[in-house]
Design a protein around this ligand. Sequence first.
Ligand code: NDP
Length: 249
Amino acid sequence: MPSYLVTGANRGLGLAMVKELLKDPQNVVVGTARDPGRCEALEALTKEYPSDRFASVALNLLVKYTIDKAAEDTAALLPNGLDYLVNNAGVCHQNVVPFESVDMDVLVEELHVNTAAPLYLLQKFLPLIRKGSEKKVMLISSCLGSLEAAPMFLGCSDSYSLTKAGLNMLGRKWGALLKEEGVTVVVVHPGWIDTDMGSHIEDWVAQHAPETRKLPPSESAEGCLKVFQIAKLENAVEYYTWDGTNLPW
Ligand code: NDP
């Protein structure tokens, strides 16, 4: 039975991915949240599904030991290893703040969650991924992390763009090495999604890219997971949008 771990599973895209995955009775799903016991949506899933189909695990990307503990807890839940790791949790605290006004302390926190912690998460979960049969990692990034596309997004979430460009580098460089040992890394832009995060750039989109469609989380989740599942080791490392088209790095 394929096993999945999704970070940031308590709301937004992460929760939508967990729900999408649970539709397939073959899948075993672990969803992480900072405080799963206080999340009604995860509690409801815990009641709805048996513990060998769905479990929630505590993980706060800002607190290193919770990542250590989450790796241990997941290893106990998945004795055959982890097939698919989805690094989804992320923050964007300075949506329309131009570089000139970016608060460095807030930027450091954004870098911690979006760039540094995913590196540590991968370090800690790699042994479990190596033990799994699929050996796949999806980094949920953003088109705002693309260096080539940057001129299209001036003034939109500038500090966040730095963090996602860093995440892309993590995926592209480490993914190229991991490919040699059979681990497939994909970097995916999930589209503009109707979530808390997505709602903060309404005005920018209306002004600069009014043709952009805001996706329901379920549609983005389905697309991202399809891209992840069909991704091939020989093509790693690729940067895709949720509908499978390639993005320029
Ligand atoms: P939301 O803001 O709706 O959800 C963010 C998730 O990340 C929540 O589960 C949140 O948990 C979790 N999270 C934040 N900080 C931490 C932390 N320190 N430790 C653990 N979990 C944390 O965002 P989306 O669902 O929209 O975004 C999901 C991913 O998609 C992100 O990586 C985002 O950058 C990316 N993305 C989103 C776009 C959009 O339009 N929405 C566009 C492009 C990319 P908590 O409730 O505890 O804060």
